[in-house]
Design a protein around this ligand. Structure first.
Ligand SMILES: NC(=O)C1=CN([C@@H]2O[C@H](COP(=O)(O)OP(=O)(O)OC[C@H]3O[C@@H](n4cnc5c(N)ncnc54)[C@H](O)[C@@H]3O)[C@@H](O)[C@H]2O)[C@@H](O)CC1
Ligand SMILES: [K+]
Length: 530
């Protein structure tokens, strides 16, 4: 997501609902069935919103080329053309030679009354240069990979970096349920469509936030077209629980901080803020655990104990003095330590060593304590299989670790197909959470967090590429553990943790190293009013 998405009123509140394309269609259908609004009215609002967003960014009218596809996305395009022409733009409209549905047909007719429609062909596209090109070829109705002339047109648009591209709902070909381009490899490609601006309707879709979506949509604007009443009335059976996402720089993410407020309401004693235990590895490998422990302290855990083998205790004698240290040699020692019910969260994995992580996993799981399983603990899980976890476990794999534990799901995630929707990171995280019985946070700039009951959050942080730095994952584990220790539910702890982690990186800026992250947390928490 680029910067000005934050300026749209509906997104400023922070956690927002993300709609799958099926749910979006159901909401539109409910609105139209109510008789309160017609499909044509919705299309007028959608097209007007796109034209308005264009005029805000390019106030001086120029030459615009509008490409209209065979369905309602094309219908929106004809509305955009009409509004831009009325605002003094010089228009060329290329349209598919078909009979669209009644709403799009009406919009085509309304445009035809004031301007020409040339055929949507590569030849026509190349004829005259334009300052701006509006892509209204395909939106949420894309079911299969574009072929033939349309594929050639999209390839041409992908290669043409000189014309500003504005996408209606999405760059055409993008699968809005996954963020991949149908029929193309899942990785970035040099000729993929890169819009400067994408105007989507009512709510973001997963494809705007995942995989190629953020890079290819450019600045994302969510236009309110008056469907909110039906979205809020929509009940779960339509499509299950909708995921949420965070917007960079949002000041007060309602749900995220609500969870923190609740945790803080416990009172002032250090034990009411929980006690996090961070298990560390052998001598010389303690840096990762120290990062996690510092982050757990900064995230507000009342007490944090670092637990290396006794022989490695000496390595941890430096600051912070607020940190407690306790030797944990083996499984028996951990079981004994966890007999203290005041230890309310545990981190296992960062810098731990796979063998030690595997040995400590059994007593940790037996204690049924909220825990974060990261790094070497995830690798250790791969050997024994992901079964037998519990919902208070938060598993935090990056893509590579995910593939070790869930190779079949990772393989599905890498697949491309000519038909949509693609198997998405949402599908993979949800399936992995259900299979393991744990809360799963699949790391990336497009972090997806799934609870075993199907609840989902998306945390989009494409604007902080400098967060991909050694040790940042260890800090994330520590933040989540700190929040778990304070009593947040696993899904809230993981989602709020991802949000605080990215916000800390954003506040620091480029040049960040993982050591800087924990110490940015007080400022971030202050900003959030938490
Ligand atoms: N339904 C509504 O009330 C509203 C819809 N809106 C617009 O409508 C769009 C969805 O409209 P549609 O459902 O008509 O879908 P699209 O306009 O995205 O495209 C669907 C059309 O393309 C065809 N198609 C799909 N894949 C193809 C391929 N690979 N090659 C050739 N043809 C292909 C389909 O058979 C169908 O005719 C949204 O993205 C949005 O832009 C907006 O106007 C808001 C209101
Ligand atoms: K489009």
């Amino acid at each position: 997501m680029r910067q000005s998405a934050q300026k749209t009123g509906s997104l400023r509140m922070g956690w927002a609902e993300v709609l799958t394309t099926a749910r979006m269609r159901a909401i539109e259908a409910a609105a139209m069935a109510s008789g309160a609004v017609s499909g044509a009215e919705l299309m007028e609002r959608a097209g007007a919103a796109v034209a308005g967003a264009i005029r805000l960014r390019w106030p001086r009218p120029g030459r615009a080329l509008v490409l209209c596809g065979p369905g309602n996305n094309g219908g929106d395009g004809y509305v955009v053309a009409r509004h831009l022409a009325q605002a003094g733009w010089r228009l060329r409209v290329l349209g598919m030679d078909n009979t669209p549905g009644p709403d799009a047909a009406l919009m085509k007719q309304r445009w035809a009354a004031i301007g020409a429609i040339a055929p949507l062909t590569l030849d026509q596209l190349r004829r005259k240069p334009a300052d701006l090109c509006v892509d209204a070829i395909f939106g949420t109705g894309l079911t299969r990979a574009p072929k033939g002339e349309i594929a050639a047109i999209l390839a041409h648009l992908g290669q043409d970096r000189a014309t500003e591209l504005v996408a209606v709902d999405c760059p055409s070909g993008l699968c809005l349920d996954s963020g991949g381009f149908l029929g193309r490899p899942r990785e970035a490609a040099t000729d993929e469509l890169r819009a400067r601006l994408t105007v989507a309707f009512d709510s973001p879709k997963p494809g705007h936030l995942l995989e190629r979506g953020p890079d290819c949509c450019g600045e994302l604007v969510i236009a309110d077209i008056g469907l909110r009443r039906w979205r809020e009335a929509a009940v779960a059976p339509m499509i299950g629980v909708a995921p949420s996402f965070d917007i960079p720089d949002s000041r007060r993410p309602a749900h995220g901080t609500a969870a923190l407020d609740k945790a803080r309401a416990g009172g002032g004693h250090k034990f009411t803020h929980g006690h996090a235990l961070v298990l560390a590895g052998g001598f010389g490998h303690g840096g990762a655990a120290r990062l996690a422990a510092r982050a757990a302290l900064r995230a507000g855990a009342g007490l944090v104990t670092l637990g290396p083998p006794r022989a490695a205790l000496i390595e941890h004698s430096g600051p912070p003095d607020a940190l407690m240290r306790r030797g944990v040699d083996d499984a028996d020692a951990l079981a004994a330590l966890l007999a203290d019910a005041r230890i309310s969260a545990v981190v296992l994995g960062p810098g731990c060593g796979v063998e030690r992580a595997a040995a400590l996993l059994d007593p940790l799981l037996a204690a049924e304590r909220p825990c974060v399983l990261d790094a070497d603990a995830v690798t250790a899980l791969a050997a024994r299989g992901p079964g037998g976890l519990h919902p208070a476990c938060v598993l935090t794999p990056h893509q590579g670790e995910f593939a070790r534990v869930f190779p079949d799901l990772a393989a599905k995630l890498a697949e491309t197909s000519p038909h949509g929707p693609f198997y998405s990171r949402i599908d993979a995280a949800r399936e992995a959470a259900a299979r393991s019985g744990a809360t799963l946070l699949l790391k990336g700039p497009d972090t997806v967090i799934a609870a075993p009951d199907g609840q989902l959050r998306i945390h989009s942080a494409f604007d902080v590429p400098w967060l991909a730095t050694a040790g940042a994952g260890d800090v994330l584990s520590g933040i989540i553990a700190g929040l778990l220790a304070r009593g947040l539910a696993p899904l809230d702890a993981a989602a709020t943790g991802a949000l605080l982690h990215a916000a800390a990186a954003r506040r620091f800026g480029p040049g960040l190293i993982a050591d800087d992250l924990p110490d940015m947390l007080p400022a971030v928490l202050r900003d959030l009013g938490a």
